[in-house]
Design a protein around this ligand. Sequence first.
Ligand code: G6P
Length: 608
Amino acid sequence: MCGIVGFSGTREAAPVLIDGLKRLEYRGYDSAGIAVADGERINVAKVKGYVRNLSEMTHDGADIKGFLGVGHTRWATHGAPNDINAHPHMSSDGRFAVVHNGIIENYAQLREELTAKGVKFVSDTDTEVVAHLLEEYYQGDAKKAVMRTAARLEGSYSLGVVCLDGTGRLFAMREQSPLILGVGVGENYFASDVAALVPHTKNVIYLDDGEFAEITPEEITVYDVRGIPVNKPISRIAWDVEAAEKGGYEHFMLKEIMEQPACFKATVEPRIKDGRIEFESFSLSDEELFGIDRIIITACGSAGYAGQVGRYVIEELCRIPVSVELASELRYRNPIINEKTLLIVISQSGETADTIAALKECRARGARTLAIVNVVGSTIAKLADHVIYTWAGPEIAVATTKGYTTQVAVLDMLAIYLADRLGRLEKSRYDELIVALHDMPGKIQRAIDLNRRVKRLAKRLCRHNDIYFIGRNLDYAVSMEGSLKLKEISYIFAEAYAAGELKHGTIALVEQGSLVVTLACYEPLLEKTMSNIEEVKARGAEVLAVVLEDNRQIVKMADEFILVPRTEPLFTPIAQIVPLQLFAYYVAKERGCDIDKPKNLAKSVTVE
Ligand code: G6P
């Protein structure tokens, strides 16, 4: 969703804010803006579109003077993406400037109330009520105004406020929306995400819901909801600034695809000690473990598709029933859950609103909860009983790649770990799987080496307008992620179907000109998949087969093929998705799409 940044120091704020916004732009790119206080007034610059538009408009911030300010990059919820609805929003008296991520759910009522008092609104946003409320409650004490305003707000928000109060003051508030404070030397910061902080400091404070901070160049004071100072620990960020930069690649997405062997290694290797899997923070007693009678995996988007792979692997090895549920559906379904349920939530960002809500709902019903998360200190990581981090490093491209493969890696390890503890895995098979895990970075690298071939294929196939992905069992699970990648960044209609299900309806759409990407690496069902290839070919479709490297049979049937390195069959999805990520990337590139910032999407969806 939206990204917010704040700076208070003794040098010009605008360039720092704009640089921060560039690093947060994956959160939304409908508009960008900054508000900077120069002691006498708050100067605002905001514009529809990318941060580079803001940068051009202000000459990289040089036109906007002042040492303290806030910035915003928007993913529109209330009001069209235009210059007026762009943040920051100002109070009528010019004393307050506000940036916001989240949704003020009672904004209509507040707007009505303020309008009745004569306040004139200029934008269609929910955020503007905050600026006017601050003005309404200001009686010479900005902190009090912030507290009284917060007390009126319902919904989710991280807010940054500049107050022209003497020399100027900066506030940051958090309620169910990410916000991190950066502790510098002679200057301090806040941001939605550490990506904007790493160039300046690695020392951060994670705000909790209901807390707010007053930030000066020398000091950060955090208060609870009653305004009482809270002692907050300072944490160290493990990410380097280079990890959040393109490093010579044309797009973050390509860089992140290439990083996958290293990310897999970072996620898996430290957890294998003397040939045994050990998780640093997942400790169920035997009694708890043997009491689990079902596992529910819940997530959104690609994280849910990682869960689909995990379902097959966990069921296969552990013989515990697993269902994968969309987080946005699960929470409202009055789900049947109790303390015998293990709920696994998966989220790269750890901030997805639907996933957070499902986690809370299931916890309240007694489920034991385990989160698989990439961002340390994120909301989901804090809420779950246990956390296993994926060590993918910062993922900037909106379409996830290394986030997904490391999630699958953790699920694979978890399946092995649980199956072993439940006594359902032979020692020899356990050892075999551990060896296979160690082999995976090399296999992923070989999948990456398909780059040139996939690029050529993408060039030839990029003009198709409807693309179907089919597969069975694990192939089906991977086809869901393959089709999502393609549609997210190339805007081609792409859907995944269980290969056996196609003939029950969707085959009606298959015709001359359709492309069917057939995933056929799951060997026990190859013959069935081959029949499905015949069926779509008979209707005029072109077939791109994704098969294991030594499978010549399917290669002969298909129009085009991609040969995936052979791995332990349970781990093939990790090698198999890589050429599909590359395919999506190069098709999108051929079609001239904005790969890292696909239209209408945001990386971290912090609203329901
Ligand atoms: C958004 C993104 C998807 C992502 C999903 C879940 O919809 O566009 O790419 O898979 O959120 O994100 P999470 O951070 O929870 O993994």
